[in-house]
Write a protein that binds this ligand. Structure first.
Ligand code: UDX
Length: 435
């Protein structure tokens, strides 16, 4: 079986390499020439653990990358993996890239092939695209469209692609289901991955429902954080205590500066926008509050800093972390960068350090200062902000760090530094939602 993957961002590039690892002949296609040149040279264009070895293993063998859409012509299965970012002028998803990708492959589709959407899209998209394919392909060419949402997490993308925790196959026919079962045969057999077979709208909704639930869980604990701050309670202990209940679970209950990234924020907004179009705005009205709680945490950190160091103008603030989460160089909607930017705009002198995301951060926030090391970043700082929980930040020695700063003030935006060790070294330690 030959596979094409349209769109080579975090999702598509890793999916293409994963499909090659599973034994298929794969071509990855994108309009971005620089990205394709990098992938074709087996160099990852973004940071993702375990990804580059897969490229090195398969590029030049059964995996290739190209900007020429005609090269998808001999593929039996076409995965559409392009982005659906938030529109500039509304909360809705921008469908330009999905529509363009499908239009670009339509002239090259062969009889019996299957187009499989993986992008996160507004419910109803699959049906619309299926009609478009039906209309624009000749009568002699029968092509079906399925939806197979992707749940990979950045930082674990390779593992999540090769060993997903579930497969959702939104299919129009038994034939389409059979093709997708062949694609994923190895994980279905070896990992006994649960397979949920659905219609198209259910498959589309599964993805936005999953991300909405995760975002809600994080905002729930951050709302508790706000109450803990008023009452003198400790949100980390509260999360442990409620997390022991199997029905609740401890995962995604880490209170802090909240969620960011290329998925959760824009997915809950796009879901709200789509629900509005469907006349069901009330059903997901709570998502606006989930969003608001999340953004409030960022403002809260800015206010904490202001209060702690006595104003912001001219204060030196060290920000540890720029990526939206550790093990990633992705800065899209990053809480860390958002806070750094707000402090800078309020007159503080902000220095940022991140092990992997400096280049991406400098592109979107060129006016911040970027340091080459933690030591340089914290030098002379009036406050140190821990905003992305990279393991190397947790391992810092509070005593050594204390020797570099002007004031021993640390705000732990991820609640995972060793509070007692910082206090013992004479630091004023402020966690979020902790007295
Ligand atoms: C998410 C979904 O998890 C994944 O299934 C989907 O395919 C894409 O969107 P990702 O964006 O990689 O994946 O990040 P995720 O690990 O979900 O974290 C999202 C954000 O939530 C990060 O900013 C993270 O720091 C934050 N987070 C996570 C918390 O603030 N608290 C938590 O307890 C967990």
């Amino acid at each position: 079986m030959r596979i094409s993957v349209i769109g080579t961002g975090y999702l598509g590039a890793v999916h293409a390499a994963g499909m090659a690892e599973l034994g298929f002949e794969v071509v990855g296609v994108d309009v971005d020439k620089a990205k394709i040149a990098s992938l074709q040279a087996a160099t990852m264009p973004f940071y993702e653990p375990e990804f580059e070895p897969l490229l090195e293993k398969h590029v030049g063998g059964r995996l290739r990358f190209t900007t020429d859409f005609a090269e998808v012509a001999d593929a039996d299965v076409h995965f559409v993996c392009v982005g659906t970012p938030q529109q500039g002028s509304s909360l809705a998803a921008d469908m330009t890239y999905v529509d363009a990708a499908v239009d670009a492959i339509i002239p090259h589709l062969k009889d019996g092939s299957l187009v499989v959407g993986k992008s996160t899209v507004p419910v109803g998209t699959a049906e619309r695209l299926a009609e478009r394919i039906e209309t624009l392909t000749p009568d002699s060419v029968n092509v079906e469209l399925a939806w197979n949402p992707e749940f990979l997490r950045e930082g674990f993308a390779v593992q999540d692609t090769l060993h997903p925790d579930r497969l959702v196959l939104g299919v129009p026919s038994a034939g389409a289901e059979q093709i997708l079962r062949e694609v994923y045969a190895r994980t279905i057999e070896e990992d006994r991955t649960p397979v949920v077979v659905t219609d198209l709208p259910t498959a589309e909704l599964v993805k936005v429902a999953a991300n909405s639930f995760l975002a809600t869980k994080i905002s729930f604990i951050n709302a508790m954080s706000e109450i803990c701050e008023i009452t003198g309670a400790d949100v980390t202990l509260l999360a442990d205590a409620i997390g022991y209940d199997d029905r609740i679970g401890r995962k995604f209950l880490n209170a802090g500066v909240g969620f960011g990234g290329g998925c959760l924020p824009k997915d809950i907004r796009a879901f709200s926008a789509r629900a509005g179009e469907l006349g069901a705005a009330a059903s997901v009205a709570f998502l606006a509050e989930v969003d608001a709680i999340n953004l409030r945490r960022r403002e809260h950190v800015v206010e904490l800093v202001r209060g702690q160091v006595g104003g912001l103008v001219g204060r030196r603030i060290a920000v540890l972390g720029a990526a939206f989460k550790p093990n990633s160089d992705d800065v899209r909607d990053s809480p860390a960068l958002s806070i750094a930017g707000q402090l800078h705009l309020a007159g503080a002198s902000v220095s940022v350090y991140d092990p992997k995301a400096m280049g991406n951060a400098a592109k979107i926030f060129p006016t911040l200062d970027y340091s080459d090391s933690v030591e340089e970043c914290v030098h002379g700082a009036d406050a140190v902000l821990h905003l992305t929980e990279w393991p190397e930040f947790r391992e810092l020695d509070p005593e050594t760090l204390g020797g570099k700063v002007a004031q021993r003030v640390v705000i732990d935006g991820r609640n995972c530094l060793d509070r007692e060790a910082y206090k013992a070294a004479g630091w004023t330690y402020l966690g979020l939602g902790r007295s």
